[in-house]
Design a binder for this molecule. Structure first.
Ligand code: SF4
Length: 330
């Protein structure tokens, strides 16, 4: 069987309608990026939510945990171009400080990470420690480097409950996503999880009414929900999974039709990788994840911008918290 062309693959995507001319431009940019990658001795790692034409030129595509591990293992490349959002590029720099880490567009921030400023997290932790002297600060990877630096350990949506269970502490301040915190609390009732009152605006928009309506119209669908969604949405799921868990589930399960309830990039990735299955529309777009273009990726490698730096006094404790997570999930 012959390999599909880039145009054929991109026709399966639901978020964008690509013309043949768009795809011809992408192919020219892909050639430029390949040449620049060689010149800079760079690797491109991309988050599942990025634009499909960027995923197609990445060396590695994954979720936050996979990308953090991947970044920590980069040994031969000099440059890591991070097609993700700012906290992800920071994480790469934290775990692999001798590499140059580039974020192609500084507009790629994260509203969830920004909802937990380090000073406020430190102040709340200090206040809570008066009542709970054993308090541990557990931070989702979707936090700034400064918040990671004051955390005992980091979690991702793929491993949060497992990591929390490894801690001796009963009392846990869980930062910054309250929906993920509640999801973890339900799985580890022996812990007292105190959620930071943050949420991801993308996942928070999804309502149970919307999911129930899609389910009523299509009862055969398997519904996969990300734990950043509201608990009343998660309650309607066939499975609550991280994005890497969703990829595995959709590839391995016999079902042929799925509703993937998270940012739309994941349905687009699955539509390209699993063409014999259907991924029904019902996702939401993250403007931060979509702000970066293929031109930005090309320009970043051409001009070596925008270099991400993390001061050592933040990087060292942040790395300790991240490495504790790697150890806890070995
Ligand atoms: S989807 Fe939500 S958590 Fe992810 S980058 Fe966008 S705002 Fe941040």
């Amino acid at each position: 069987m012959s390999m599909p062309t880039l145009f054929e693959e991109l026709q399966r995507v639901r978020t964008y309608e690509y013309t043949e001319e768009d795809v011809r431009e992408f192919e020219i940019l892909h050639d430029e990026i390949r040449a620049l990658k060689k010149k800079r001795n760079a690797v491109i790692v991309a988050h599942n939510y990025y634009r499909p034409e960027i995923l197609k030129i990445a060396d590695f595509v994954g979720d936050s945990l996979e990308l953090a591990l991947m970044a920590s293992e980069v040994k031969t490349a000099d440059v890591i171009l991070f097609a993700g959002v700012h906290f992800m590029a920071e994480t790469a720099k934290i775990v692999n400080p001798s590499r140059t880490v580039l974020l192609p567009n500084l507009g790629a921030g994260c509203q969830l990470a920004d909802s937990a400023p380090a000073e406020d997290v430190a102040a709340l932790a200090a206040k809570l420690r008066k009542e709970y002297p054993d308090l541990a600060v557990v931070s989702y990877v979707n936090t700034t480097a400064a918040v990671k630096a004051l955390s005992d350990i980091i979690v991702t949506s793929a491993n949060a409950a497992k990591v929390v269970l490894t801690l001796p502490n009963k009392n846990i301040l869980f930062v910054p996503d309250r929906n993920l915190a509640n999801h973890v609390a339900a799985q580890v009732p022996e812990k007292n999880i105190i959620p930071w009152d943050g949420f991801c605006y993308v996942h928070q928009q999804i309502t149970p009414e919307e999911i129930s309506r899609i389910r009523r119209n299509d009862p055969e669908l398997e519904i996969l929900v990300h734990p950043e969604c509201r608990p009343d949405v998660a309650a309607l799921a066939d499975a609550v999974l991280s994005t890497s868990g969703m990829v595995r589930w959709a590839k391995e399960r016999p079902a042929s039709r799925f509703l993937v309830v998270t940012e739309c990039g994941l349905s687009d990735r699955l539509a390209m990788e699993v063409p014999d299955k259907q991924f029904v529309k019902g996702c939401k777009l993250c403007t931060f994840m979509k702000v970066t273009t293929l031109e930005d990726v090309r320009d970043a490698l051409r001009d070596m911008k925008y270099e991400i730096e993390v001061p050592e006094e933040i990087r060292v404790p942040a790395e300790r918290a991240l490495r504790r997570m790697f150890e806890a999930t070995k």
